[in-house]
Structure formats: C-alpha cells, structure tokens
Design a binder for this molecule. Structure first.
Ligand SMILES: Nc1nc2c(ncn2[C@@H]2O[C@H](COP(=O)(O)OP(=O)(O)OP(=O)(O)O)[C@@H](O)[C@H]2O)c(=O)[nH]1
Ligand SMILES: [Mg+2]
Ligand SMILES: [Zn+2]
Ligand SMILES: [Zn+2]
Length: 1580
C-alpha cells in the first residue's frame, strides 16, 4: 500500500513537473493574480503549441468563461503558406501524425488535477466558480496526489451561488438563491466496477442534459483527448447538479439533485466508494461482471440506507455470471428488478436514459437523504478524508469572521449601530458638500454668511464622526485586518463575504419577492419602487461596507488632525492596508452609490499608497463601462479580465468600483502601461426609475466622472429597447461633450449585447448607421443644452470609428438558466474585444499621454470638484491642464523675448547705420531697411511658429489637453510680429527724421566752420608773419578778436525757443473747436485758472448724471461708475506718460505730431472703454491734464535740442578746440598725441557710451531672468502669489490700498524695485557692462591695427576708413571728428599708435562712468528699458475681474478667456453691497457665480441679473467656483483686518463681515494663497 502510494505520487510528480513544467508552483502555489496578469501570451488566442502551455491555456480560457477550456489538444505547427505550397506533395503526412501521436496529448482531467495541485486555495475557489459557470462538473474529491488521502473540495466550492426555481415556486415566480455548498439535496452517485464498454460519463451527461440539448458536464471518451489514458485523475470524484427552472414541462427534475461520478474502478478507490455510499441517496454501480472479491466489496454495503442500483451490459460475454452474482447480492442489498438496469446493444439509447431519469426521479420522490456538501465534510472527516477547509489558517480566519457575523441579527439595525460613520453623518456630509457648491437653499442669507454656515456644518459633522469610537464589530474588523498575515486576511475577508451574503440572502429574499411582484405589476408607481430600492440598499451588507467605514474613519480623522495638527492619528495606516487589498484584486469603492459621493481624501490616499507599493511605476490605463442596469457590465469585465466584481440578477453594483490588474513586467514596455484600472459602475437607471427625483442627475454625475477618468469607455447597450438606448446615449453624449470641452477625448467602444454577429450582419450594418444618426442627433441636442454655439459632431467629442468600435456580443447563456452554460460565442467575442483594445493601445502608444497614479488623482479631484458644481465646464479646473498650459506659456515667453531681442538689436544696428550716413538719401535707405525688416520679422515669426509646432509634437506631458490653445499662441505670434513691425518702422523713421534735422543744421554749420577755419588760417599766417614771438596771452587776445569778428560777420541767428505748452494748447483748441460752445467755455475757464494741478482728481461733474437714471436709484452704481472712470483716467495718464518718456530719449526736437498722437491715444481709449456716462468736462480736463504734463517734458526735450543744435552754441563748444589747435600750430608743437587723446575722449567715448546704452537693456533682462528671483517671475500666477505673500508679510494697509486701487502702478513700482535691487545687489552689472564693452573695444583696436597703411595716407582718410568700418556699431560725433581733422598733419601711423595706446584708459573711463551712475538714472537712459520688459512679462493682459477687479492671471499671450486664480470680496473692487447700504460688499465672485444671487452694475443698466449668467455681460471672463472651502481665506483675512481702512479709502461704510472671517489665521491665509496659485501652476 505504501509502495503503491508513493508510486502514485511519483507519477504525479513526473507528470506535473516534467511534463507540464509546473515544478516551481509545487511549493509556491500559483495565485489568482499570476493568472490574471496581462502578458503577451494572455492576449493570444488559438491552441497551445507546447505541452507546458496547456495548463495556462486552460486557466486563461476558464477565466474567460470559455466552454472549450478543457480541450487540451496541442496545435501542430502548420507550415506557413509559403512552405505549404512547396511541400504540397507531402502534405498527407499531417493526416497521419495527428492521430498516432498521443505522447504529447493530455487528458483534461489530468491537467485539471495538476492545476489544482499547484494552485493556492483562493485560485482553486476561482477555478471551481468559473467551471461551474461553464457547467463543467466539479471535482468533489481530489485524489491523493501529494496528500496521504483524497481531499474534499469544500472551500473551493464556497464561492458558488446557485439560483433556481423549484416547482413548488413555479406559480409565484419566486426563486431560490443559495450558496451551493449549503443546499441540501439528494445526491446520486455513479461508480464503475471492473471494466465497462460504454462511457459512464457520457451517459451521465445525457441524463442531466435538458431535452434536445446535450451538455458535456463530464469529460468523456468521445470528447477531444477524452480517450487518452488518465495518469493522475483516477480516483477523482466529480460532481454535477441539476437545477430546475420552474418549467414543469421541460424540467427534468422538480428539485435540485446532485450527481457524482467516480473516475476509475471502485476496487482501487475504496475510500472514495465508502464516502460516496455514505453521502448519497443512491449509488449506481456500472459493471460488466462481478468477481468474488468484488462481491465481498459490495456485500459490505449491507445495512447502509443508501440504495444500490446496477447498470450492466447484458450483451457482454459474462452477463450470465453477473446475473447470478447479483441474485446472490439481492437480499443483502435489497435489490429488486427496478434496481437493475440492463443496457444491451439493442436497447434504445434515449429510452435507456429516460429509464435512468425515472429511476432518479423515483429516488427523489421517496424522501431520500438530503445532504449539503458542507455536511458531507463531516462524513469525510469520519473517514479521515481531508477537507480543504480544515486548514488551520482558514479555520482561524473563520473564527475571526464569526466574531463579527455572529452578532448580526438584523442587517439594517446592525449597520446603524456598527457602521455609524457611513450612516446619517456621511449622508449629510455628502449633501452639505454638494450644497456648498450649488448653493440652492441659500434663501435670504447673505452669500458668504451662508457659505460659512455650511462650512461650520461640515466641520461639525466631521467632528461628530470623529467622536464615534468604532463599534465592537468594526473594532474587530480593524484589528483583524491589521494583525492577520496576508493569507489569513484573505481568508478572513472571504469568510466575511460568505457569512454576510448568507445573512443578507435570508434578509433580502423576501424583499426581492416583493420587488419582483411590484415590477411585474404594471401599475406600480415609481415611488414604491424607490422605497424598495432604498430598503434594499439599507439592508444590504457586504465587506465593502466595512471598508467604506474604514474610509470614513480615516477621513474624519484627517479632517480633525488638519485642524489641530498636534493630535495623533490612529488610522494613518489604513490607506496602506486598503492598497494591499487592491493589489490582491479586491475591488475598491470609488463612488459611494448610496450617497453618490466620493470619499476623496480616502480614495486619494489609498491610491497614493498603491503608487508607492508599485515602486512608483504606475502608468495606468483606465477602462470603464457605462450602461443600463443589469445588462451584464460587471459580467463583461469579469469575463474579460477574470475579475471578481459583484454580479447578480437585479441591481447589483452601486456607485463605482475600481480594480487593479497588473501588466507583466516584460510587457510593460511594449504596452506602455504598468497597470490597468478597471472601473465598474452602477447601472444607469432603467427608464421607470429615471423619473425619480435626483436619479437623472445622479446618472449624469456618474457618467461625467467615469468618462472623464477613462482612457477607454465601453458603452454597454442592450439593443432590444430603443428608448432605453436613447436615454443612455443621451447621458453618455453629455459626458463626452463636457470632456471634449476640457480637451479630454477618450476612446469609446459600443458593445451591443445579445446580438450575434453572424446571424444579423445585414441588420447590424443598418443598426450601426442608425446608431450613428442617433448619436449625431443626440449630440446636437446635448450641445444645445450645454450652451455650445457651434455645431458639434460626435467625432469631435469621441474617438469613435463606426466600423471598428462597434461590438456585437451574443447572449451570455447558451440555453435557459439555471442549467445553461456560458455561451462560447460570448466568451470568444469578449476576448476578441479585449484583444482589440490592447491592439488599439499598442497602436497609439506614441501619441498617447499616459497618466500615472498621482496624475490620475489630480483628475479625480478636479473632475469631482467640477461635477459637484452644476455648471461642469466652467467649474472644471485641472492642474494637469494648467501645468501643460503654463509650460507652453513659459516656453512661449522665451521665444517671444528671443524675437524681441533680435529686433531690438537689429533696430539698434540699423539706427547706428542711418546716423552714420553722410549723404542725404534717407528715402531709399529707409525703403531698403523696411524690406529688410519685413524679411527678418517674417523669419522670426516663422521661427516661433516652428517652435510651437515642434513643441506640440514633442510629446511633453498632457499636450492633448491644450491642443485648443495652439491657435491662441499662433495668433499671438502674429500679433507680436505686428507690434515689432510697428516698433521697428517707427524707430527707423525716428532716426531718419533726427538724421535729417541734424543734416540740415550741419550743412549750415559746415559753412560757418569753413569761414571760421579760413579766419583761423588767416590769423595764423598773420601771426607767423609778425616777427616778434607772441605770448600765450597775446595769442589768446588775437584769437578772441578774430572769433568775435567772424561771428559778427556771420551774424548767426540763434534757434527760436518755442512755447511748447502754448502750441499744444492751440492744438487742443483746434481739436475741440467743433464740440460746441459749452466745451469752449469750459476750456476758457480752465485756461484762466492756469497752473493745472499735479494730481488728477475725480470730481462729481465728471460723470454725466443727466444721462442716466441709474445714479438716482442706486448709490453703489454711482460709486462703481465713479471708480471705473477714475481707473480709466489713471490708465490713460499712465499710457500717455510712457509715450512721452519714449520721446525724451530720442534726441529729436519736439514735433507737433507728438501732441496729435497723444490726443489720438486718448480719443481711442475713450471710445473703446466700457465706461458709460462720462461728461465732456471729464474729457476736457483729462486732456488738459495730460497735455500739461506732456508739455513740461516736451519743453525740456526742446530746450535740450536747442542746446545741442543751436549753431552759436555748437560753435561756442568748438571754440576752445580751435584755439588750442591754433596755438599748437603757431607754436609748432606736435599735436599728435593730444589729438589722439581728443579722438578717444570726444569721439570714441561718447560713441561707446551710446553703444552701451543701446545694448545694456537687453542684457540686463537676460541677467535678471536667469537670476534667483526669476522663479517668482516665471509665471504670472507665481508672481501674483509672490506679491500677495509679500503684502501679507509687510502687513501695511497702505500697500494693500495701492495694490487694490491701482494695480498696474503698484506692479510697475514693484518690478522696478526688484530690478533695481537686483542691479545693485551684485557687482554683476559691472561684469555685464564689461562684457558688452570689451568686444567692442577689441573691434576698434582691430580696425585700428589693420588699417595701418591701407589707403590711409592722410589722417582724414584714416579716420574716414575707421568710421566706415564701425558704421554698424558706433555713432562717432561728426563735430568732434572734424575738429580732430582740422589741420591734422600728424602721420597716420603715429596717430593710430597713440590711439591704441590710449584705448585701455578709454575703456577704464567708460566703465567708471557707468559704475558711478545711479542705478535708476542708468536704467532710464537705456534704449531698451529692462523695467518695461519685465513689467510686460508679469502684467498680463491687464484685464480685471468685472466684479472684484482682481487682475487676470492667464499665462498665454493672446487668450480669449480671462481667468484669475483667486478672487476676492467685491468690496475690494470698490463695489458696495446694494442700493440701500453704502457698505462695501463682501460677496466673493467665485462663490457668487454658483449662487442664486444677482448683481447690478452699469452694464446691466441698474437691472439685477443672475450671477450664474454673468457671461451674458462678461463673455470673455471665466470665473471658476472656489476650488476648496478655504479658497478665499487670504482675502477674507485681509479684508477683515483692514475693513475700516478700506471703507475709509473707498469712501464707504465698513460692512459687517461674517464672524468666521475673524477666525482665519495668518497661516491659513497664506495656505489658501499657495494652494490657489499652486493649483493653477500645476505644482500642487
Ligand atoms: N440572458 C442574459 N443574461 C445576462 C447577460 N449578461 C449578464 N447576464 C446576467 O444578468 C445579470 C446581471 O449581470 P451584471 O453583470 O451584474 O449586470 P450589471 O450591468 O453589472 O448590473 P448592475 O451593476 O446592477 O447595473 C447576471 O445574473 C448575469 O448573469 C446576457 O447577455 N444575457
Ligand atoms: Mg455591475
Ligand atoms: Zn472676481
Ligand atoms: Zn486676461
């Protein structure tokens, strides 16, 4: 016996290890997740190619519910077409080899045994569950393979649940649902004695199969590989069942019955036989002959209450002997004729089967022994047969589970007491959370007050939750899952599930009966259904409820700890535990369907824990499903991935659950994903339920979230019902439309259930077309509802291909449940879909944007936030999008600056060139330069567009989300081009004008100089002639005499000094001439009052009160208007000032066009502005004010011009030089060195300084942008945040007032300050200057060195050459140069040697000039003002929120939508509460836009208008609802603090602020600030 056993085991070992190559799983058992992993192999179909693939093939097919899983044939390598053709003549060989070669064939039962041997108990359970769905017979007793005795597979069957309708319930249409192992029913066993010539298994299949159909419950001889000798499976006892469906005519048996089948001869499996005789009601012994020893064996059955039947082949040779033997046995076993069934070859097979069935029926009606499998375990134990469930860990876990489940009497009651947190408080929380977003019941309470109340409520609810200590049951649950090792924990959770299901089943079956009844009764009103639905949900209890409770415990604790950080957390580790469960395949609740809310903190933290458990490799594919209730959504996923999502008839899934499937490591690279996240959702409501209040909304929320999260959405449709489909499509269309709006376009697959492709191909084509039309129609309607103006087609919103993305899947069951197996067609089609999905994924792997868990979390968060608000699109705010957008903006800013710099340099060079032109031919030069500019501009624009294109192809993160902004950027590039074109042209024009003016003066001056030089010459000759040597004094006297004489002779007319103010005033008068007498009067009056004030101050008469009745009704509107007008004036003053300043630097004289330009600027702005009701008085006084300011500046310009250009002045400047030349000539002193120095000092030095001024600006900008502080300047929102932080730190209300009242001024001062500080802080500016100067100096030196001797015989030729070489770089003052040339007789070589020698000194001097200059004045004289450039970077579009006046901080250059990260109380926008009070308003726009409040303003002409529809008036503003409850804490804090100051400043009353505002701390304020801006920057 012992020897025999070990021989068996040896065989087993050899079989599993050598043949199937499963050695590594003998010890470390195969687990479910090993089987479910996505691998390359798992996506291949077709037969296994090698023996070792067979078990895997079996497992995968089984998990996919494929009825052919048991087929173990190996595919023989067929040659490819190519070789086939060549080998055609020998192809007969194939026919032979497949039949003879059995060595590589396996018996299915052997494979099954081997697999079970290598599987852990959970996988075994799964295997048996799936086998049961395929209606395969299950192993009841597993032979002793590596155990001393055989094993009863009780645990392995635990998970199977059966539904049936006994005939007793046929009328009531009720049904029974029970766990398979608990069903008490008669068992009939079939065993074989000796050998037998017909297949027992085949016979059994016939006995159990419904008429007209035959299922292969048991594997038999005639099946594929069924004839191969079994190597390990002998002694296996299989079991199958018959369950009635309540159809009296067609059911074989009225009650359930089990049939077992022992493989092998009972003589070699006596233990199994003993067991079977004890548990069965009857044993059928199939035999051909009975020998003596066999007789003894059978006699041992004497006294058992099990009935014995014999089936024997009456035509076998030994029939007679057998009969005698049976006769002998008859008294012992109480045999009679009915117990002996003869099966001769003549016997009609069908009749024989009928006989057998009647026999079984007879047994059943004789009140037989009924035994459940669970009770069989007791018998097994008595016989020392192992029971898999007896494993110690399993039992231990059950004890733990029982501690909880034993306490449960009434489900609803238990839930209320033990799972307290998820009861009322959680439900209320969900409600309040949504109300906070929707503000539906605000009533008369002021908005911010109402919000504060809600927040208080929220906080109270959390605190209340946190105060609950976990009740006993929950406590045990927590400690158990904390303390048990993973396997035990797994057992524990399974036991929890089984026990809870058992209790729930008892509870629910009544409810379901009622439900069914009501459903059938067509008159039932939906209200009752809703009630029932409610009861069903309150009295369902599963493990997911316990997990949900964990989530709530965790969330409440997080909330409380967040408020008092010093508190210790007890539940910190729970997310980690939950993540472990997810990795084991446990579906985790994403949306709690009972309250339709997401426990956000919990979900996020669980996922984060999962991320770290995956070693941060969590690129995920999100696959979701949507569809009507009970249309097999969960079944579809279970079939596709072998998951364990809850499935049952009736409403099953609630909310949404997510399951993780891992991708095998060697496949991750190819697939581009590390995990697959499957989200199974609750069915969308059936039409009758859809009428219930809130249900439509609930469906919409669910669908929006689910579509938003998914990469692929499967829309599950059951085609039978057209209206149902319409409903679903509508919901889905809305969801997709919203996603398209935010740039997310998931792939969509339509699955049509219960349609087979073959039978209805034509029909399907029609259907597809129809579906398409329907979709288009629905989307059109949906687009209208979502207020989309343009036409939308389905292809705009979903990635859907009529041909490829439609799937027709036949019905799940082949036949009529409960006896129907899963349709092979279903399984195959689902696999095909799965394969297609993965092919599709691989196909688009390059352009795809994969999310990992942290990014997924961000999506969940922002989608949910937007869903909670009703207006989805305008509430959506996602940091991933912001991040991508900002990244692009930052890049764009770089490119833009590059372009600008390029043009600045070009203009500077060309300006130099123009100034160096001696010949007067400006028009042709200008045209040439303009063309050149055009070309350059186009080139640079092209470069930006190219960069943009490349960027969008670069594969940077989440680009698909910002695709729609691409156009904006392209437009901006073109705008930039226009701007720079204007800039370049006007600069060139300006220089040309300047040059023209100088040219004229120079021409005149040259005349004078020639005369003077003649006179000097003459005087020199005179003096030389006189014999006596003249002293210095005498020389001077002579020179002076000559100078005065010459000048008198020239009778110079000095340039006329103009009265610029007078001229400008005249210009203004002319402009206003035709504006009527009132204006003229006004002008006169103002004129007489002379000296305009230095500060422009608003006056009441600036507003035209007569124009509108508004002001008489509403004080606040008047104030608002007043304020707007003031802002307008200030911004105009600012703009004109910067125009004026621009003119100061170019050395031209004042021109009348300047004044006209100013007036044009003002007029344009006044016309464009949205400020209504300004009076003529305002216009006149503003213009006067601006012109006066400008006139002062222009006067200075003019005077400076005269000083520089007046002939008398200029000649005067030259006088000393003439004298010194005269003197040297007279004294015959060598002047060369001095002239050389003069050249350096008077020509090169100013030229170099000018050069520096032209270059330094751009370099400073570059330097600033690469410094530390530039981080704050990276994006507008970063800068905003930085400024506000600073303000909070400085804590000075004056600064706030400045900030609020004149934002742009404030920012200008700030940026200027930072820049100056930056420039002062470091010695870097000196370095910069040096870096600019040195190359230029070397260039000059090089020119000097290289020009020696070349065409430079005279000094003038030499200097001319020098100037020409440098004409692009330096403007050398002509006057001084001519002076140098005057009477320069020095040798060129000597002169240039001297110059070279002086150069180092020159460099030093230039540098020190700059070093000694005040930073501010240095900055102000630069051609490109760094402060302006930097200001431009951060000021943005300059638009302000129409309510609170907060500046827009959208990054992109030419955006269509203005957006601010953080709004503030409207009072800070100088808006009062209402018409009656004059207090500042404390409403915050970002809350107001979701409330039911209204606003009035001048745009609405004083009429109240709902905030929700603010876009009716301000269509280019996008005001997003608060991202969190604390979003505006910063401004609330500030407003609260400086309430009185602000009121005073705005000349209004201080409002009563909500008390809660006073509780906000500075830290909280700061936190809200960083959160708001971090979200917008995408770093949060
Ligand atoms: N006749 C038939 N029954 C099916 C088919 N697919 C699924 N079922 C059965 O329908 C019932 C519901 O299946 P589920 O997969 O739970 O359906 P669901 O869509 O997830 O249901 P909810 O989650 O409640 O919306 C189960 O009993 C399935 O066995 C099918 O194609 N034909
Ligand atoms: Mg479901
Ligand atoms: Zn605002
Ligand atoms: Zn803007």
């Amino acid at each position: 016996m012992l020897y025999h056993l070990s021989a068996e085991r040896l065989k087993t070992l050899k079989y599993t290890e050598s043949k199937l190559k499963m050695k590594k799983y003998r010890r470390k058992k195969l687990r479910l997740k090993d089987v479910l992993k996505i691998t390359t192999e798992s996506l291949k179909d077709g037969r296994p190619k090698t023996i070792e693939e067979v078990p895997w093939h079996f497992l995968r097919q089984l998990m996919a519910l494929n009825g052919t899983a048991r087929s173990t044939n190996i595919e023989h390598r067929t040659p490819t077409h190519h070789t086939l053709a060549m080998e055609l003549d020998i192809h007969e060989e194939y026919f032979f080899c497949s039949d003879t070669e059995t060595s590589d064939s396996l018996h299915p039962l052997d494979v099954l045994c081997a697999i079970l041997l290598c599987s852990d108990s959970f996988l075994q359970q799964e295997i048996l569950s799936k086998m049961s769905m395929c209606q395969f017979a299950l192993p009841l007793l597993l032979p002793a393979l590596d155990t001393p005795r055989c094993t009863l597979m009780l645990w392995a069957m635990r998970d199977i649940v059966k539904n049936w309708r006994p005939h007793s319930l046929a009328e009531s249409r009720g049904f029974r649902e029970q766990s398979l192992v608990l069903i008490e029913m008669p068992t009939v066993s079939f065993v074989r004695l000796g050998s037998c010539s017909f297949s027992k298994s085949k016979l059994l299949n016939e006995v159990l199969s419904p008429s007209q159909q035959r299922y292969n419950f048991f594997v038999h001889q005639d099946m594929e590989s069924g004839n191969i000798p079994r190597e390990m499976a002998d002694g296996l006892v299989e079991i199958a069942w018959y369950f009635p469906g309540g159809r009296k005519n067609s059911d074989l048996f009225p009650e359930p019955v089990a049939v077992t089948n022992l493989r092998g001869d009972i003589k070699s499996h006596k233990l199994q036989f003993r067991f079977l005789t004890q548990v069965s009601s009857a044993v059928f012994i199939v035999t051909e002959s009975i020998s003596e020893s066999e007789h003894d064996l059978l006699s041992s059955l004497q006294g058992s209450d099990t009935k014995c039947y014999f089936i024997f082949n009456s035509h076998s040779g030994k029939a007679k002997e057998t009969l005698t033997c049976l006769k002998r046995l008859a008294p012992v076993l109480k045999l009679n004729n009915s117990r002996v069934l003869q099966k001769g070859s003549a016997t009609n097979k069908a009749a024989f089967v009928k006989n057998l069935q009647s026999a079984i029926q007879a047994i059943m009606s004789s009140s037989p022994k009924r035994m459940s499998i669970e009770s069989m375990a007791e018998v097994a134990s008595e016989l020392s047969i192992q029971v898999d469930e007896d494993a110690e860990e399993c039992q231990r876990a059950h004890e733990h589970a029982k501690k909880i489940t034993a306490q449960i009497k009434d489900l609803a009651e238990y839930k209320k007491e033990n799972l307290r947190l998820q009861g009322e408080p959680w439900e209320k929380l969900a409600e309040v959370e949504k109300e906070l977003c929707r503000l539906r019941r605000q009533g008369d309470i002021p908005l911010e007050k109402y919000k504060a109340q809600l927040k208080e409520k929220l906080s109270n609810l959390r605190v209340q939750q946190n105060k609950f200590h976990p009740a006993e049951g929950m406590n045990i649950f927590i400690t158990t899952i904390e303390q048990l090792p993973p396997r035990d924990r797994h057992y524990f959770l399974k036991w929890m599930k089984f026990d809870l299901d058992l209790i729930a089943r008892a509870n629910l079956s009544d409810l379901w009966d009622q439900y069914k009844e009501k459903c059938n009764n067509s008159k039932t009103d939906s209200q009752k259904l809703a009630e029932l639905d409610k009861i069903t949900s309150t009295s369902s209890l599963g493990v997911e409820h316990f997990i949900r409770e964990l989530g709530q415990l965790y969330e409440a604790e997080c909330f409380v700890i967040d408020k008092n950080p010093e508190k210790q957390g007890k539940f910190r580790h729970l997310p980690g535990l939950a993540a472990d469960l997810m990795l084991e395949g446990f579906p985790m609740e994403l949306i709690d369907g009972d309250v339709s809310n997401i426990p956000l903190q919990w979900v996020m933290d669980v996922l984060t824990a999962l991320h770290s458990k995956l070693q941060e490799r969590s690129r995920m594919l999100v696959l979701t499903v949507l569809g009507v209730q009970s249309t097999g959504k969960s079944t579809l996923f279970n079939t596709m991935f072998g998951l364990q999502l809850a499935v049952s008839s009736g409403r099953c899934t609630r909310g949404a659950f997510m399951s993780v499937i891992k991708v095998a490591e060697n496949f991750q690279q190819e697939l581009g994903y590390d995990i697959i996240l499957v989200i199974d959702t609750e069915g969308l409501k059936a039409p009758e339920l859809a009428k219930l209040e809130g249900s439509y909304q609930h469906d919409n929320e669910l669908a929006t979230l689910v579509v938003g999260l998914s990469d692929i959405t499967i829309v599950n449709l059951a085609m039978e019902n057209a209206t149902e489909m319409q409903d679903i499509l509508q919901i889905v269309a809305h969801a997709f439309l919203r996603m398209a709006e935010i740039g997310h376009k998931p792939n969509c697959q339509f699955v049509h259930q219960n349609v087979s492709d073959v039978s209805a191909h034509e029909q399907n084509m029609k259907d597809k077309k129809h579906l398409l039309e329907q979709l288009d129609e629905i989307i059109k309607v949906a687009a209208k509802m979502e207020k989309k103006g343009r036409e939308v087609k389905f292809s705009d919103i979903m990635d859907y291909d009529l041909e490829k993305h439609n799937w027709y899947i036949p019905g799940l069951w082949l036949g009529v449940p409960p006896m129907a197996p899963v349709n092979v067609g279903y399984s195959e089609k689902v696999f095909e879909l799965k394969k297609h999905l993965f092919e599709f994924l691989k196909g688009c792997s390059e352009k795809r944007n994969t999310k990992n868990i942290p990014q997924f979390i961000k999506w969940v968060r922002s989608l949910w936030d937007a869903v909670k608000h009703e207006n989805f699109i305008f509430s959506f705010r996602n940091s991933l999008i912001a991040e991508a957008y900002n990244q692009l903006s930052m890049n764009y800013a770089e490119w833009e600056w590059g372009f600008r710099k390029e043009m600045y340099l070009w203009v500077s060079e060309k300006g130099t060139f123009i100034q160096n032109q001696t010949l007067y031919e400006d028009t042709s030069i200008l045209t040439k330069l303009r063309n050149e500019a055009q070309e350059k501009l186009s080139q640079e624009t092209e470069k930006i567009l190219d960069n943009l294109k490349q960027y969008f192809e670069s594969g940077a993160a989440n680009l698909h989300l910002i695709e729609k902004y691409k156009e904006d950027f392209m437009r901006s590039a073109n705008c930039l081009k226009n701007e720079l074109e204007n800039y370049s042209f006007s600069k060139l024009q300006e220089v040309t004008e300047l040059r023209k003016g100088q040219h004229k003066i120079n021409a005149v001056l040259s005349e004078y100089k020639r005369k003077i030089e003649e006179d000097v010459d003459r005087l020199l000759t005179q003096c030389r002639k006189s014999n006596c040597r003249l002293s210095n004094n005498e020389l001077e006297k002579e020179f002076e005499h000559m100078w005065t004489g010459t000048l008198t002779e020239l009778s110079l007319i000095p340039l006329q000094k103009r009265n610029i103010y007078g001229e400008m005033e005249f210009c203004l008068i002319r402009e206003l001439e035709n504006r009527g007498s009132a204006v003229k009067q006004m002008l006169k009056r103002v004129k007489s009052s002379s000296a305009p004030k230095t500060h422009f101050k608003m006056k009441d008469e600036y507003l035209d009160i007569s124009m509108s009745k508004v002001f008489t009704t509403s004080q606040s509107d008047f104030k608002e208007c007043w304020h707007k007008t003031e802002v307008l004036a200030e911004s105009l003053i600012e703009r004109c000032k910067s125009y004026t300043e621009g003119k100061v630097n170019c050395k031209a004289d004042y021109d009348e066009t300047y004044c006209r330009k100013l007036l044009r600027i003002i007029n344009e702005q006044l016309q464009q502005s949205d400020v209504l009701y300004i009076s003529a008085c305002f216009e006149v006084e503003l213009k006067l004010h601006i012109l006066w300011d400008a006139a002062c500046e222009f006067q200075k310009i003019h005077e400076k011009f005269i000083e520089e250009n007046d002939p008398l002045q200029r000649l005067g400047n030259l006088k000393s030089q003439y004298f010194s030349t005269f003197k040297s000539l007279y004294l015959e002193k060598d002047e060369c060195q001095e002239k050389a120095w003069n050249f350096c000092d008077r020509c090169l030095k100013p030229a170099l300084e000018d050069y520096m001024n032209r270059r330094l600006g751009t370099n400073i900008v570059d330097d600033f942008l690469s410094s530390e502080i530039s981080v704050k300047y990276k994006t507008r929102s970063a800068f905003q945040c930085f400024v506000l932080e600073k303000l909070l730190e400085e804590n000075d209300y004056n600064n706030y007032v400045q900030y609020v009242k004149n934002y742009s001024d404030f920012i200008k001062t700030q940026t200027q300050r930072h820049l100056v500080m930056h420039c002062r802080e470091k010695a870097s500016l000196g370095d910069l200057e040096k870096r600019i100067l040195t190359p230029m100096i070397s260039k000059v030196s090089d020119v000097l060195k290289n020009s020696e001797g070349v065409n430079t015989k005279t000094a003038s030729a030499f200097l001319g050459n020098l100037c020409e070489k440098l004409e692009q770089d330096l403007v050398i003052p002509k006057d001084s140069l001519e002076m140098i040339l005057f009477k320069n007789t020095a040798s060129v070589n000597q002169f240039s040697a001297f110059v070279l020698q002086f150069i180092p000194e020159l460099e030093k001097q230039v540098l020190s000039t700059f070093e000694n200059m005040e930073t501010e004045s240095k900055l102000s004289q630069l051609a490109v003002k760094p402060q302006d450039e930097i200001f431009r970077r951060v000021i943005g579009c300059g638009k302000q929120c129409p309510f609170c006046k907060v500046p827009c901080d959208t990054e992109g250059p030419a955006h269509k939508q203005h957006f601010a990260s953080m709004h503030r109380p409207k009072g800070l926008g100088w808006i009062c509460q209402g018409s009656k009070t004059e207090a500042l308003s404390c409403d915050i726009c970002s809350s107001a836009v979701v409330s039911n409040d209204t606003f009035t303003c001048s745009e609405t002409k004083g009429e109240p208008h709902p905030y929700k529809d603010y876009r009716d008036f301000f269509p280019d503003w996008h005001i997003q609802p608060d991202s969190s409850d604390n979003a505006s804490d910063y401004w609330k804090f500030v407003f609260n603090k400086f309430n009185h100051h602000f009121a005073k400043e705005f000349d209004a009353a201080p409002p009563n602020l909500p008390e809660e505002w006073a509780k906000i701390t500075k830290e909280q304020a700061l936190k809200s600030l960083t959160e708001a801006f971090a979200l917008n920057q995408g770093t949060g």
